[in-house]
Design a binder for this molecule. Structure first.
Ligand SMILES: Cc1cc2nc3c(=O)[nH]c(=O)nc-3n(C[C@H](O)[C@H](O)[C@H](O)COP(=O)(O)O)c2cc1C
Length: 204
């Protein structure tokens, strides 16, 4: 089958997120100017560059996470490991502004080292980020959409040494949870390595 998004897919459910899959989950914690903590998962999320290290996530609408980041300038991305997947899902609740999803999900907010936004104490890893840009996305005709992309520079990284083996992150220990399509998720439990090819002068 082939379809143009503007014409609809004709299936019972939208297949697009199942095609761009699996997607990492940015578990975003923030604080408002009033000091209220907020936590929510975002799978329009990724690490986007190395130097300086930056991440981005996209809010479909002007959600509390983006509003808090605009107000206080920082956010934390917490790692969702398999043992925290129920809490991650609970934290997606559409709680009224000012209600802490940390408390609702049974999680502990811990102070960050360098930024105002708290982190999830129970998470194996957390990235402390300073907001660089909040960008309202436009379509190809230049019309504004309801999507807001937040780009943040990672200024501090927490790692629980329990997930290290021989000085490297052991993904089989961290067991990160990924978002698939529909209501499906996957836990990464196995890995394999592939060596990249190198083009040698004078060959091929
Ligand atoms: C696994 C998962 C991924 C999600 N990804 C996104 C996303 O990328 N963008 C978005 O706007 N909402 C996403 N949501 C929904 C938000 O988490 C939900 O709307 C939440 O209430 C937003 O919280 P906030 O208003 O406190 O920021 C996702 C939910 C789940 C469970």
């Amino acid at each position: 089958m082939f379809y143009e998004p503007k014409n609809g897919h004709g299936l019972s459910h939208n297949p697009l997120k199942a095609i761009v899959s699996p997607r990492p989950i940015g578990w975003i914690s923030t604080v408002s100017t009033e000091g209220a903590h907020n936590l929510a998962p975002y799978s329009y999320f990724n690490l986007v560059c190395d130097e300086p290290p930056m991440v981005m996530f996209v809010s479909d609408g002007w959600k509390d996470s983006v509003r808090n980041i605009q107000e206080t300038g920082s956010f934390t991305c917490n790692l969702v490991s398999d043992n925290l997947k129920a809490q991650m899902n609970a934290s997606s609740v559409n709680a009224p502004r000012g209600v802490s999803e940390f408390a609702y999900s049974g999680l502990t907010p811990a102070a960050s080292q360098l930024i105002a936004a708290p982190r999830v104490k129970e998470a194996y890893s957390a990235l402390e980020c300073v907001a660089v840009e909040i960008k309202q996305l436009k379509d190809r005709q230049g019309r504004s959409t309801e999507s807001h992309m937040v780009i943040g520079e990672i200024v501090g990284i927490h790692i629980d040494e329990a997930i290290l083996s021989n000085g490297m992150i052991d993904t089989a220990k961290a067991r990160p949870v990924a978002r698939l399509g529909y209501l499906e998720f996957n836990t990464v439990e196995t890995t394999y390595e592939m060596i990249r090819p190198r083009w040698k002068d004078g060959e091929g």
